[in-house]
Design a protein around this ligand. Structure first.
Ligand SMILES: Nc1ncnc2c1ncn2[C@@H]1O[C@H](COP(=O)(O)OP(=O)(O)O)[C@@H](O)[C@H]1O
Ligand SMILES: [Mg+2]
Length: 358
């Protein structure tokens, strides 16, 4: 393990009539060398605070931060070998592209020859060759963000920290930059902690996603694990979309759960559910894409409240025994819309469902 956040707590003291804020409540994260880890969560959950503690702009009020086995709690920021990229880019408006990237190298008194070599290298990485003498106001948002990235990378940091670096870009450019950052990170193998509130961005970029809520960690896992096996209702709802249905475990055998849901029995085959007991109440997590809506056949009876044609898919809101559930149909062979108010049959792709202890 390379970077370790060990039971870190951050309390901001009361100030000007405002109460104290416990921004981080004993969080633990382990980051390996060369990994890209994203911190994901709603606004105010503590993502930026975590990054600022790692960077040394703030210090923890409890717990420890270790880099390469050494305690760095009180090491000042300029001695941590970390670079940070911000949402606002924070490039210097009065310096051109080359000078912006050279800034940190000058502070470190790196020779002009070495500077030139390293700057040319990063300019190539971020596809800004030929832009050396441009002023920041002659660059697009995406180019400015590439300058910020180049300026961070040229320092060859032990850890690159990025705080919502793509939030100011439009959707298309954001999607492109996601892949560029991911590719660059894979090629160069730097260690990166990346903050975002955008779950798709987190899924695309990450080796590991840390899902945070109100100063605590809800779950840490690979993108597929947090989507497929969320540990809490919060994670199930924040990563993708989820319908929750009440269920009762009726039978547990070796690898199989038998669950009663809305008067019917569904089956889940997965050894990871062995610690459930018969009679236990559960929340069944049903992703919209796991719901099939048919005119003729299906396990449950339902009524269509809303039907919307989205081109590549159809979205239904259904009434199932008085509960609203959302279905997302992508089967192109069935892309005729069943009209609103129709009575339909609904079934689930049962083996893709997930259960949480209620
Ligand atoms: N310097 C500060 N003083 C007091 N409270 C702060 C300070 N910085 C952040 N906070 C509070 O800590 C919590 C977490 O903030 P932050 O880490 O910025 O969240 P995020 O980046 O996830 O949106 C929020 O409630 C915020 O208001
Ligand atoms: Mg923030």
């Amino acid at each position: 393990m390379y970077l370790e956040i060990d039971h870190v707590e951050k309390v901001f003291p009361p100030r000007g009539g405002a109460k104290e804020v416990k921004a981080l409540d004993g969080i633990c994260i382990e980051i390996n060398k060369g990994e890209l880890v994203t911190m994901l969560g709603p606004s105010g959950c503590g993502k930026t605070t975590t990054l600022r503690l790692i960077a040394g702009f703030e210090f923890p009020t409890g717990g420890n931060i270790l880099l390469d086995g050494k305690l760095i709690n009180n090491v000042p920021t300029h001695k941590r070998d970390m670079s940070m990229v911000f949402q606002s880019y924070a490039i210097f408006p009065h310096l051109n592209v080359y000078e912006n990237i050279a800034y940190g190298l000058n502070v470190q008194k790196i020779s002009k020859d070495d500077q030139k070599r390293r700057i040319n290298q990063v300019l190539e990485m971020v596809h800004l060759e030929g832009f050396e003498t441009r002023a920041p106001n002659q660059l697009s948002g995406g180019q400015q963000q590439r300058v910020a990235l180049a300026r961070a990378l040229v320092m060859e940091p032990k850890v690159l920290l990025m705080d919502e670096p793509l939030s100011n870009l439009d959707t298309k450019l954001r999607e492109k930059m996601r892949f560029e950052i991911r590719q660059l990170q894979r090629e160069l193998g730097f260690t990166c902690v990346y903050v975002t509130h955008d779950q798709l961005e987190a899924m695309v970029l990450s080796d590991k996603v840390v899902v945070m809520n109100a100063g605590k960690i809800e779950q840490i896992g690979a993108p597929r694990d947090i989507y497929r096996y969320p540990k809490t209702k919060f994670v199930a709802d924040f990563i993708g979309r989820a319908n929750f249905l009440n269920g009762i475990i009726r039978n547990v055998s070796q690898n199989e759960l038998e669950i009663e849901v809305e008067g019917k029995t569904i089956f889940l085959f997965d050894p990871r559910y062995v610690d459930f007991n018969a009679g236990e109440k559960v929340d069944v997590v049903v992703r919209p894409e796991m719901v099939h809506v048919r005119r003729e056949e299906g396990k449950f009876e339902a009524k269509i409240i809303q039907a919307a044609y989205l081109g590549e898919s159809i979205e239904y809101v259904l009434d199932l025994n008085g509960k609203q559930i959302t279905a997302h149909e992508t089967d192109p062979a069935r892309l005729d819309i069943i009209p609103e108010k129709s009575n339909v049959k609904v079934s689930f792709i049962e083996n893709c469902l997930h259960v949480l202890k209620a």
